[in-house]
Design a protein around this ligand. Sequence first.
Ligand SMILES: Cc1cc2nc3c(=O)[nH]c(=O)nc-3n(C[C@H](O)[C@H](O)[C@H](O)COP(=O)(O)OP(=O)(O)OC[C@H]3O[C@@H](n4cnc5c(N)ncnc54)[C@H](O)[C@@H]3O)c2cc1C
Ligand SMILES: NC(=O)c1ccc[n+]([C@@H]2O[C@H](COP(=O)([O-])OP(=O)(O)OC[C@H]3O[C@@H](n4cnc5c(N)ncnc54)[C@H](OP(=O)(O)O)[C@@H]3O)[C@@H](O)[C@H]2O)c1
Length: 458
Amino acid sequence: MSRPPRVAVIGAGPSGLYAAAALLASETPVEVDVLDRLPAPYGLVRYGVAPDHIRMKSVIPVLRKPFAVGSRIRFLGNVCLGEHGLVLDTLRRHYHAVIHASGSSRDRRLGIPGEDLDGSHGSRALVGWYSGHPDFTALDPRLDHSGVVVVGAGNVALDIARVLTRDVADMARTDVPDHVLKSLQQSSVRDVHVVIRRSPEHVKFTPPELRQIGELDDVSVLVHNGGAIAGRAGEPADRRQRQNMRLLDGWAKAGGQPARRRIHLHFQRSPVRVAGGDGKVTGVVVERNEIRDGRLVGTGREETIEAGLVVRAIGYSGEPIGGLPFDEAAGVVPNVAGRVLRDGNVVPGQYVTGWIKRGPSGVIGTNKGDAGQTVSSLLADLAGLPAPAHPEPESITECLGTLGFDVVAWEHWESLDVEEIRLGRVRGCAERVKVAGLDAMMRACRTPSEDRQETAVG
Ligand SMILES: Cc1cc2nc3c(=O)[nH]c(=O)nc-3n(C[C@H](O)[C@H](O)[C@H](O)COP(=O)(O)OP(=O)(O)OC[C@H]3O[C@@H](n4cnc5c(N)ncnc54)[C@H](O)[C@@H]3O)c2cc1C
Ligand SMILES: NC(=O)c1ccc[n+]([C@@H]2O[C@H](COP(=O)([O-])OP(=O)(O)OC[C@H]3O[C@@H](n4cnc5c(N)ncnc54)[C@H](OP(=O)(O)O)[C@@H]3O)[C@@H](O)[C@H]2O)c1
């Protein structure tokens, strides 16, 4: 009997795992390998969703379901497409089809002077640091100054403002690694300034997330440029805008209550340069904007917001994938219904899903329908795709070993998972604590649970 067709999914974030689930649920039997550059699955659910959004992580049991199905799916973690000579042609020799689900792994840039000073980061780095992403373990953001500037009016900007102002006792109940908790405990941050280039009706914040910053203990929300809210004729027709406006209006009228920490929402201001001294950030110079005929116009009036840390939370972009076309402006791989397109023609056997397919927007659930569409395209094409030269599952694992990858299988990840839950018990109040740093993660992957010292617990 011939083997079922084999599909590689690159990226174990929500879109990759929803695609794997849809493939396994299809009537056509297929074998699936999910490859991820990290030893841990779940992408931004693990390394993006804010640590204090514990309920949001309850999607994880859904995402891991395909691995309970057994023999038709494997996790090949710690394997990065594009590194150690692993290129698309290698995958073509082992799989009938490849679904790229590698997300948007670059921060957008402001393109202003001073952006690279010490203390200026993209949100990917700052969020990665507090989430324990192994790329950012050593970041050490400057929390020794009372001021922080966060640029952007999306939910990521709110996540950052919330995490930096939230009571550290609350943060101890989350999965933040110990070194992050220590930095937050020692933090001198008092004022987080969110710099928003347009007006309240243009923000990308969603009302539940906006409401949360007003519910933080001993944190006051101040709305600057109240004129942007006051004096408006009527309420916006859009329900989300209306809810946001009511919250903002309430805070603007309250005028800020005395509190240990403050979140400032500065409307109609654009950063024009990051100010520095001795190579370090000292503040951000912003220009006041006006909206004329619906267009954003700079007024030339500048003001400086003092800060030791600047975070741009202005969105993300995908990274080009070697051997595939790339739309630099949109930061995505061109595609139609998930089929990769080169100069308007379908590239056989190559598919995309998630943020690398449609750009960096949408919540976790958005990726489910998106992955379903891609998998439908793939299944419709499958019979016409050429068989790979080496379809045996062992041949790709041998190849990865030869290339020098120390592959993490699902059961190895489960050892790391168990270790993190154990560390949660050690902290006493957290469900889990992330293991920080790639070496420590790999050690935990390689230590079977039964060999672990339980002495530190309790
Ligand atoms: C900071 C932040 C917070 C968010 N919070 C929420 C929230 O609270 N609720 C919500 O619903 N949505 C939230 N979102 C949105 C949600 O996380 C995304 O919709 C979703 O993660 C996109 O899924 P994806 O699979 O396309 O990408 P990702 O989740 O980024 O997954 C991509 C995966 O590909 C892997 N990868 C990348 N390159 C390679 C390579 N070369 N080789 C192998 N593997 C590779 C990565 O390691 C990663 O695991 C948030 C987004 C961000 C940025
Ligand atoms: N709790 C949650 O559900 C949650 C949490 C986090 C993220 N997410 C989702 O993840 C996705 C990404 O979120 P995000 O916050 O990264 O992106 P986003 O929602 O697209 O917001 C990006 C913000 O950056 C601003 N911006 C862009 N370029 C700028 C510039 N040069 N100067 C100043 N401001 C600039 C944009 O303003 P303009 O509008 O003026 O362009 C916008 O306000 C979103 O879909 C979001 O909803 C969800």
